[in-house]
Design a protein around this ligand. Structure first.
Ligand SMILES: NC(=O)c1ccc[n+]([C@@H]2O[C@H](COP(=O)([O-])OP(=O)(O)OC[C@H]3O[C@@H](n4cnc5c(N)ncnc54)[C@H](O)[C@@H]3O)[C@@H](O)[C@H]2O)c1
Length: 304
């Protein structure tokens, strides 16, 4: 959003502040190009006209965060389906381009070393509420592709892999902000399971660059494209990097998944994006490595 304003665009942000905060827009609060609307997307009466006159819609509003999803699967499903349907419905009338943010969660329990956009998906059973997020986002993907195929909406689906940045909240289970605040407070860093599960962390600025490039790429319409970094780190190693970069005296506590979430909770051993399609379409590859990302989230300067 700051990037669009800096490029001279007018930006309307619609947010119900369920997990977000206007504080995140502090640097552009009084920018003349910014309009803020505090509402759920689907309930806002101005949605149709705004989408019709927009150059693009970046649709990020969703129920997010593992803890929230596990506690409130019905809310997760309803929000993720309803808001995307409202956006795509409006865009279908005006043919406004849409960039929809889906998630690496749709790859489910696949144990492939790289997740590619054409892969089969292996989502867990509906009795485990954590899968409600992946399934609702996957249905959004189907809907987006149907709107592309049937109504000609230029929509691109971006599957995001662990995007992190300084304004991300740890309140709803996001790992890096949780680790950073625990390390700052000298409290133990809670690592779920054996900590050998790996993730690839991508700096939010790199994700924004990729989203903007996908919007500007006509060949991306109707496509699913991974966005993330492909450098893997285990959660245990990540905890150690956080402790060392912050010079913290914190220890690491291993916590069984059942104690953190729900009985039978299923986690993915690894989640690493195949980024070749992103690079082919946009010429872009995310750059920042893990230490840089950790330091940025912690508000420290770049790694030496
Ligand atoms: N951060 C990641 O690693 C990641 C990974 C995969 C997918 N995503 C997707 O990226 C998008 C942004 O996620 P984020 O991580 O920045 O989380 P976030 O909580 O910062 O962003 C979601 C925003 O949507 C708002 N919102 C929620 N429901 C709404 C509704 N009904 N109407 C209006 N606003 C609503 C929230 O208040 C919040 O500001 C989401 O669609 C998420 O599924 C993020």
């Amino acid at each position: 959003m700051e990037r669009l304003l800096a490029a001279g665009e007018q930006v309307v942000v619609i947010d119900d502040l369920s997990t977000g905060s206007w504080d995140n827009l502090a640097s552009v609060r009084s920018h003349p190009g910014l309009e803020r609307v505090e509402s759920t997307v689907s309930a806002w009466a101005g949605l149709g006209d705004t989408v019709a006159s927009a150059k693009a819609v970046f649709h990020l509003a969703a129920a997010v965060g593992v803890e929230l999803v596990v506690q409130a699967p019905r809310r997760t499903i309803e929000i993720n389906l309803r808001e995307t349907e409202a956006v795509l419905d409006a865009a279908s009338k005006s043919k406004t381009p849409v960039v929809f943010t889906s998630t690496s969660e749709v790859y489910g329990k696949s144990d492939k070393p790289w997740f590619s956009e054409e892969d089969d998906l292996l989502i867990g059973p509906p009795t485990l509420s954590r899968w409600s997020y992946a399934c609702s986002k996957l249905l959004d993907e189907f809907l987006a592709l149907a709107c592309h195929g049937e109504q000609g909406v230029p929509v691109v689906i971006a599957r995001l892999f662990n995007i992190v940045g300084p304004r991300q909240s740890g309140r709803h289970g996001m790992v890096l902000p949780r680790f950073v605040s625990a390390a700052r407070a000298g409290q133990p860093l809670r690592v779920f399971g054996d900590g050998r599960q790996t993730r690839c962390l991508c700096r939010v600025q790199d994700c924004v660059e990729a989203l903007l490039r996908l919007w500007a790429c006509p060949a991306a319409a109707g496509q699913i494209v991974n966005i993330g970094h492909d450098e893997e780190i285990s959660i245990l190693d990540l905890a150690q990097v956080v402790i060392s970069e912050l010079g913290s005296a914190s220890t690491i506590d291993r916590v069984p998944y059942e104690a953190a979430y729900q009985s039978g909770f299923q986690d993915m051993p690894r989640r690493r994006p195949d980024l070749r399609k992103l690079e082919r379409l946009t010429g872009f590859r995310p750059r920042a490595g893990v230490r840089d990302v950790v330091r940025q989230v912690a508000g420290l300067g770049p790694a030496a």
